[in-house]
Design a protein around this ligand. Structure first.
Ligand code: URA
Length: 214
């Protein structure tokens, strides 16, 4: 399943527009805040798919029965661009466990690249709802590798992949490898450059949020 937030008119489209806009994206604080806001909005959308159970809450005047999420959520994020997006999701899923994955593109002289994974924090994924958050789904290589790595930690009840901008090719690559995973995107773009950047996309999310790579 692919959920594309841009298919609905909502205020979230302004957050995506500001992330894409070459002028507004110069303000790093605002850029990070918009990644965080997209994390909040997509967390809210994902929350509609969770399993709920009734819980009785005592108010000063009586008892209210409310339906609350009953599943353990594990929120995994690919460093470094994922950090503000992760924080946005944590603002809503505030009891979630967090997993951090260090991944980077190792470029070859011919312009191709492979994804190198470094640090992966340990976690038990058995029976949980796993949300893997990465702002840019370009080729799907890092998300596919991250999910393969996470397989070692158990069998989640459900897998969600949350991204700010996806490419059509990236969505297909992830779908082929993880057909049961649900993909949640702020927008889906048609093209990739020769260096696998999304077009029109928004540029390099990590650089824009945190500064240039050395
Ligand atoms: N990572 C980014 O930050 N931007 C892209 O367009 C693709 C991957």
């Amino acid at each position: 399943m692919l959920f594309n937030l841009a298919k609905q008119d909502s205020i979230a489209n302004r957050f995506v527009a500001e992330l894409r806009n070459v002028e507004t994206q110069q303000d790093r604080f605002h850029f990070r805040r918009n990644l965080e806001r997209l994390g909040e909005v997509l967390a809210y959308e994902i929350s509609k798919t969770l399993v709920y159970e009734p819980v009785v809450v005592e108010t000063p005047l009586g008892a209210a029965t409310v339906m609350l999420p009953a599943q353990r959520i594990v929120l995994a994020t690919i460093l470094r661009a994922g950090l503000p997006f992760h924080q946005g999701m944590l603002n809503y899923f505030d009891t979630a466990d967090s997993v951090f994955i260090g991944a980077y593109r190792k470029h070859h002289k011919d312009g191709s690249f492979e994804i190198q994974l470094d640090y992966v924090s340990k976690v038990n994924l058995d029976g949980c709802v796993l949300i893997l958050a990465d702002p840019m789904l370009a080729t799907g290589a890092s998300l596919n590798l991250a999910l393969k790595e996470l397989e070692r930690f158990g069998n989640p009840a459900a897998i969600h992949i949350a991204v700010v901008v996806a490419s059509v090719a990236g969505v297909e690559a992830v779908r082929r490898r993880w057909p049961k995973a649900r993909i949640w995107a702020g927008a889906v773009d048609e093209e990739l450059t020769a260096k696998s950047y999304i077009v029109p996309g928004l540029g390099d999310a990590g650089d824009l949020a945190f500064g240039e790579k050395l």
